[in-house]
Design a protein around this ligand. Sequence first.
Ligand code: DGT
Length: 145
Amino acid sequence: MKQKRPQWTPVVTALIRKKGQVLLGQRPPDGSLPGQWEFPGGKIEVGESPRAALKRELLEELDIHANIENLRLANSHSYGERGVLLLFYDVLFWKGEPKSKHHAELKWINPDELKNLEIPDANKKILSDLLEILKTDPPSEEVTK
Ligand code: DGT
């Protein structure tokens, strides 16, 4: 008998960075992972490119028009039966002031504060990689673009 394939969900997330800080959003109380602090983003729709998906999510969730820069990190995680593949992109330039249209709250934090916040297990596993990226200035060619 043919085995059922596991379900995978591709997710794009943004490392939105300004003056050494990064923007986090608190997941709403009525969904999955309530109250956890995440990098803004969401699921890629079928047929959509990862960058287009992240641009769309940032407009929907934060009301900003963002430039999606380099892919910095990728990782997978399983929530029970379901797997997520997470792609983390740098976001260094955007138009508009981020507003919480989806999150319970938004906040700019220093990367080290990630250690003390409730973050998704998928991110906890790669916290040291995330900190290394966030504590290093983005490549200068990106800043001058
Ligand atoms: P759900 O209820 O888990 O099916 O998903 P939604 O619709 O509440 O959430 P959505 O569209 O943001 O999906 C992102 C999935 O990726 C969700 O299962 C949580 C997981 N995830 C883990 N770490 C992060 C992160 O840093 N940012 C975002 N946006 N999602 C993350």
